[in-house]
Ligand binder design. Structure first.
Ligand code: NAD
Length: 469
């Protein structure tokens, strides 16, 4: 029978499901298929483990630092496995492992914070705010950055003194399972449990009455379902959802200088990044130069299996996502858009799509109004800056955005008008572990990252007594 990270039996009956390699479209391994009913025991154990875990902050900090070292030491096992099931080039998988370890260290150091705080309001009372963990937390994550997003959930939650049940996407269960085993090896039993399986496993976890916080990263539609599920027990909900980030190029932009950076801000991880550039707005005067400069990079990029040395862009992660990307492009082209490069699947096994730059795109097409989440970038011309800002803000999303130009003050003034959680100037999607990350509108609820991310896993507890402050 398969075993869990800490050696405990997993799926009764040993049911398993196939995991596919997106570079071939073929199964290469299996993962345990946990049944939703099994969550009762898993959550109960997470609750029992919480009693000890929440009480010793020094031990928590030490354990998270040990876990970080263990993750780093397991890099040579984690990274190739991640590439195999996710598709990304191996170097990017190693970077994901490194980021996971760095995040554990970052939050290990935040453990002693926040300190209790006295409230002074002029009255003769002593009122003190202390911070308490929430309890067993459920984390549900997608397939684009399985390790990085898992650690974005468990590092702050565990640092804050919560325990966690983590469910990865069934497209990418293996590296997360291994990561869970490596991290859990540094923690008391049942502090972190990874459960793998197909729906309704996630739905059951999100609505489980023993869960006090549901932290979810994924699509808007699933985020809504998760919030509805969590409403049954009124658990706290944190949602990091989709994005449709615009890059607005100003008329003083040095097109050739920024083209490569802009290209990779859209195409890294095959465009499967929540904060990828998903639309480019270029001044009409520079439009054809921008399109051509981006197309040159798209033509030159080496597409191949993530494990092949030299591959810069891997396959799309799964067949459904590939079909979605193809649909978005076909719809745009039939409405009059021009595929300057790409525009089609690659004629080879696996889920490969040619890097695609779309010009003359009708602004109402789904490739503009929704997130394509693939190696496809629409470029749209604009007349006035007001028009560009209005278009950039004109979708239901509000995750990130960027402004590109030579005069940085002017660029910053435009960035300030973007309706999103993070606005970058002359780059995109660079995130620091220490900064808050939060989407607005359909892009999310709650905050991750930095001390704000830690507070998202805590509740204030006030002790109020008469006497001098
Ligand atoms: P998804 O919403 O389909 O799945 C996300 C997770 O939810 C998976 O683990 C899935 O198995 C699970 N799930 C599916 N149905 C569920 C249900 N009814 N109840 C509970 N859980 C359920 O998303 P995806 O296709 O895996 O990932 C791509 C999406 O994630 C994109 O929209 C992308 O923008 C978004 N994303 C957002 C961020 C962010 O930080 N804002 C980061 C990465 C990805």
């Amino acid at each position: 029978m398969p075993t869990s990270p800490r050696g405990r039996a997993t799926a009764a009956g040993g049911e398993r499901f196939a995991v596919l390699d997106p570079a071939t479209g073929e199964a290469f391994d299996e993962a345990p298929a946990r049944r939703p009913e099994e969550l009762d025991t898993v959550v109960e154990r997470a609750h029992e483990a919480w009693r000890g875990w929440r009480s010793d902050s020094l031990a928590r900090s030490k354990a998270l630092l040990t876990a970080a070292d263990a993750v780093e030491a397991a890099g040579a096992d984690l990274a190739p496995l991640l590439t195999r099931e996710q598709g990304k080039p191996l170097a990017e998988s190693y970077a994901e492992v490194a980021r996971t370890a760095a995040r554990l260290r970052y939050f290990a150091e935040l453990v002693p914070r926040p300190r209790p705080r006295k409230i002074m309001d002029g009255r003769p009372v002593r009122s003190e705010v202390r911070w308490r963990p929430l309890g067993p937390t459920a984390a549900i994550v997608p397939w684009n950055f399985p390790l990085q997003l898992a650690s974005a959930k468990f590092a702050p939650a565990l640092a804050a003194g919560n325990t966690m049940v983590l469910k990865p996407s069934p497209f990418t269960p293996l590296a997360t399972r291994l990561l869970g085993s490596v991290v859990a090896g540094a923690l008391p039993e049942d502090v972190l449990t990874v459960v793998t399986g197909h729906e309704p496993l996630g739905a059951r976890l999100a609505s489980h009455p023993g869960i006090r916080h549901v932290t979810f990263t994924g699509s808007v539609a699933t985020g809504r379902a998760v919030a509805e599920g969590a409403a049954a027990s009124l658990a706290r909900v944190t949602l990091e959802l989709g994005g449709n980030d615009a890059a607005v190029l100003l008329d003083d932009v040095d097109v050739e200088r920024i083209a490569e950076r802009l290209f990779w801000a859209a195409f890294r991880n095959c465009g499967q990044v929540c904060v990828a550039v998903k639309r480019v707005y270029a001044p009409a005067r520079l439009y054809s130069r921008v399109v051509e400069a981006l197309a040159q990079h798209a033509r030159a990029v080496v597409v191949g299996a993530g494990l092949d040395p030299g591959s810069q862009l891997g396959p799309v992660n799964n067949a459904a996502q590939l079909a979605r990307v193809e649909r978005c492009v076909d719809q745009a082209v039939s409405a009059g858009a021009r595929a300057v490069t790409g525009g089609h699947r690659l004629d080879r096994p696996g889920y490969f799509f040619a890097p695609t730059i779309l010009a003359d795109v009708p602004p109402a097409g789904t490739v503009v109004t929704e997130e394509q989440f693939g190696p496809v970038l629409p470029v749209l011309p604009y007349g006035s800056l007001d028009e560009a800002v209005e278009a950039a803000n004109g979708t239901g999303f509000g995750l990130g955005g960027s402004v590109w130009g030579t005069d940085l003050d002017r660029a910053e003034a435009v960035a300030d008008r973007l309706e999103c959680g993070t606005a970058w100037i002359n780059h995109h999607a660079e995130l620091s572990l220490a900064q808050p990350f939060a989407g607005i509108k359909d892009s999310g609820v709650g905050v991750a990252g930095g001390p704000w991310g830690l507070y998202g896993n805590l509740r204030p507890f006030v002790v109020h007594r008469p006497g001098a402050a």
